[in-house]
Design a protein around this ligand. Structure first.
Ligand code: NCD
Length: 301
């Protein structure tokens, strides 16, 4: 279904593609194989991460290894990029060396598309600047789908630093494709005008937004992308921190999600991270199965 194709964005994604990925992910989850499969035997995958990453990088690597692929992890340090080589020459080099697929995370928006225009092997976007992060969206929505079924008419509130959140844009496109609803919440300075043009609701009042929500999903404050802090931290925490008091306002079955890394005690409190409504560690586990599904649909026979 995805043969020979990139996975750069969820813009205009076909809901049938999302469901096909979910169904493959469920298959791999049921299999729970710790022994490598041979579905991608003979395939070489390069993971190029120009930004720090724990979950995304290692879940891709585990998924690739479980499928039997050969995995190469590119590091900027010790490569010719450090000597001034361009990104396009670097990725063309990997293609020449025999890579079958590139997974890339890069601080610039549009970088994954640039790489896919440069080489004719599939490219998966593992986060390009503040633009998109489609596999994180898939693992978030798969986790919801497992818990609450069909996402049609279901409502997810994304709260926090929408301005720098690459997952938010991917999630809006994918939820729209599935007939679900996304509400954005956070300080007005962190919700850029571009979102007024998308099919999404904006509500600056978190207590109001979560009342009838099926899930609440934190968009972490990405301090590394700010020159100046945007709001007094105490004011932010008072209005937007996810804590037990706030959760009481919501539907008692509301699911708590976070893309991580989490800063416990800041955007979310530990008692909420550890409460029965929290699916944060399930999201991480599902990341492996979603990535196995995607890789096997793109590269498998
Ligand atoms: C996301 C990121 O760093 O872009 N997290 C992740 O990849 N594990 C942030 C997020 O999705 O909230």
């Amino acid at each position: 279904m995805l043969q020979g194709k990139d996975f750069i964005s969820t813009y205009k994604i076909d809901p049938k593609v999302i469901m096909a990925i979910f169904s493959k992910a469920s298959f791999f989850k049921r299999l729970k194989s710790t022994k490598p499969l041979d579905l991608l035997e003979g395939k070489v995958i390069i993971n190029i991460f120009f930004e720090p990453s724990t979950r995304t990088h290692y879940s891709f690597e585990i998924a690739e290894k479980l499928l039997g692929a050969k995995v190469i992890n590119f590091s900027k340090v010790g490569s010719s990029i450090a000597k001034g080589e361009s990104l396009s020459d670097t990725v063309r080099t990997f293609k020449s060396l025999g890579a079958h697929l590139i997974v890339v995370r890069h601080p610039e928006s549009g970088s994954a598309k640039f790489i896919s225009d440069t080489v004719d092997i599939p490219v998966i976007n593992a986060g390009d600047g503040a633009h998109e992060h489609p596999t994180q969206t898939l693992l978030d929505l798969f986790t919801l789908y497992e818990r609450i079924g069909d996402l049609k008419n279901k409502k997810i509130v994304i709260v926090g630093d929408i301005l720098h959140s690459r997952t938010t844009r991917s999630t809006i496109f994918a939820m729209n494709a599935l007939g679900g609803k996304v509400v954005l919440c956070g300080p007005p300075t962190l919700i850029p005008d571009i979102y007024l043009k998308l099919k999404v609701e904006i509500n600056y009042n978190l207590n109001e937004a979560i009342k009838d929500a099926d899930a609440i999903r934190t968009a972490r404050i990405q301090k590394e992308r700010f020159k100046n802090f945007f709001i007094q931290p105490e004011e932010y925490f008072k209005n937007f921190r996810i804590d037990k008091k706030r959760i009481k306002i919501a539907n008692e079955k509301i699911l708590i999600m976070h893309g991580a890394p989490m800063r416990r005690g800041e955007e979310i409190t530990t008692d909420v991270v550890e409460c029965p409504n929290s699916v944060i560690f399930e999201q991480m586990e599902n990341g492996v199965y979603i990535r196995m599904a995607l890789l096997s649909l793109i590269l498998g026979e």
